[in-house]
Design a protein around this ligand. Structure first.
Ligand SMILES: [Zn+2]
Length: 419
């Protein structure tokens, strides 16, 4: 790399005196350059002073932002007081710059840390005569932390994106503290790449939506921001190939989101509720298509059982019957009891549920295309809730139009999170 020296920048010819000058006592004014011409000096061609010692304090390598900054902060002719460093923790900024996210989002986060996002409190601090109350919720002062983490709109987005271990109670009034919490989550183990990136795109879309509201008077639905954040991350991961990059060495990805079935198949999630004292069993089921829409759902009080495995078997049998009765022939049955799934798939056997096993195989044969897959409890939460709450006041419940409130939210989350 060609090196440019201070001689180059100041367009002076080095002399023996200059080479041996004591930099601490140098009289810069002896060099006949006028103040405020640094930018023009920087554009000068190299002079014949390449032999100037490169290890001098004044040696500037090829012009970069760094050398420009150095020169600006060491300008000998600058008689103005030094500019204060931007607000915010340098450590936090460094962590943000290292995130594998879009540069514009890094810059947005840096502006949040340096308190340079144009929220009402910041604009008022600069002399603008505006209302300091948040125009969205009309409750609190609009500052950066409120806008991104505590406004009613932001809280709804955070709920919808549903990031593991991050709840709306996780956030404080301190923006830096909140960002540090999100960075700690990024560095933690047990989450997928998608989940780790979700907070940053969520913040970005919360801010974009806020601006759309302030400047265009468009009140967006929080679900739109949540959906857009998820879609953007999916595209970002596909575009950058981040999936090919391993996460931290010991990371294991725990899927917490329900997934949609392929286009030609209907998915039926089922689960059992089992009282180990009374042997009382309830079953819940829900049928959804490849777009995440619910076709129908229900719950019923079932036979007594002697074990959780038997209870799960009754719930699956009930789900098979309810699905077949509604005319679906290509179905993926998804439950959270792996032992039962292995028995149905012929991987293992258990004599204790032999009769129930035969009943399930009988109903299984009625379907044209059927499969039985295992998922974890978090991905099966709608069926789990149906089993627990669906038959509190009756022995059978089924619907395909209006879900109860406690079910609406779960169904909505599943649909949003499965995009
Ligand atoms: Zn607000």
């Amino acid at each position: 790399m060609r090196r440019y020296t201070v001689c180059t920048v100041f367009h002076i010819r080095p002399s023996h005196e200059i080479r041996n000058i004591d930099m601490n006592v140098v009289n810069w004014n002896q060099w006949s350059s006028r103040p405020r011409e640094i930018s023009r000096w920087l554009s000068f061609e190299r002079s014949s002073c390449e032999e100037y010692p490169p290890d001098s304090e004044l040696v500037l390598s090829r012009y970069t932002v760094r050398t420009g900054y150095w020169l600006a902060t060491h300008d000998p002719f600058d008689d103005e007081p030094p500019i204060d460093a931007p607000a915010g923790s340098v450590v936090l900024k460094n962590r943000i710059w290292k995130l594998p996210i879009l540069p514009k989002i890094k810059h947005f986060l840096w502006r949040a840390v340096t308190r340079s996002l144009a929220t009402a409190d910041r604009l008022i601090s600069r002399g603008l005569q505006i209302n300091r109350i948040c125009q969205r919720c009309k409750i609190s002062e609009e500052n950066i932390s409120h806008t991104l983490f505590q406004c009613s709109f932001s809280l709804m987005v955070w709920r919808l994106v549903n990031i593991p271990s991050i709840t709306i109670n996780s956030f404080s009034n301190d923006c830096e503290e909140n960002l540090n919490s999100l960075l700690d989550f990024y560095d933690s183990q047990g989450s997928s790449r998608h989940q780790k990136l979700l907070p940053w795109w969520s913040l970005w879309h919360i801010w974009k939506s806020r601006n759309n509201f302030i400047f265009n008077q468009i009140r967006e639905n929080p679900s739109k921001s949540a959906l857009q954040a998820k879609t953007d991350i999916r595209e970002w991961i596909e575009t950058t190939g981040l999936n090919a990059t391993p996460l931290h060495g010991r990371d294991t990805i725990i899927d917490t989101n329900w997934t949609r079935p392929p286009t030609h198949v209907i998915k039926c999630n089922y689960d059992a509720g089992f009282n180990s004292v009374s042997g009382h069993v309830t079953g819940g089921w829900i049928i959804r298509d490849s777009n995440g829409f619910s076709k129908c759902w229900g719950a019923a009080t079932l036979h007594q059982a002697r074990s959780p495995l038997e209870a799960e078997g009754h719930a699956l049998l009930f789900a098979l019957q309810q699905t077949w009765l509604r005319g679906f022939t290509a179905v993926m049955f998804e439950g959270d009891c792996e032992v039962l799934i292995n028995i149905i798939n012929g991987v293992s056997n258990d004599i204790a549920i032999d009769g129930l096993h035969r009943d399930i195989l009988f109903w299984k044969a009625k379907f044209r295309d059927v499969s039985f897959v295992h998922t974890n409890r978090l991905c099966n939460k709608v069926a789990h809730s149906l089993a627990k709450k669906g038959c509190l006041n009756r022995t059978f419940y089924s619907d395909c139009v209006n879900p109860p409130i406690w079910l609406t939210e779960l169904m909505y989350f599943d649909r949003i999170q499965s995009i």
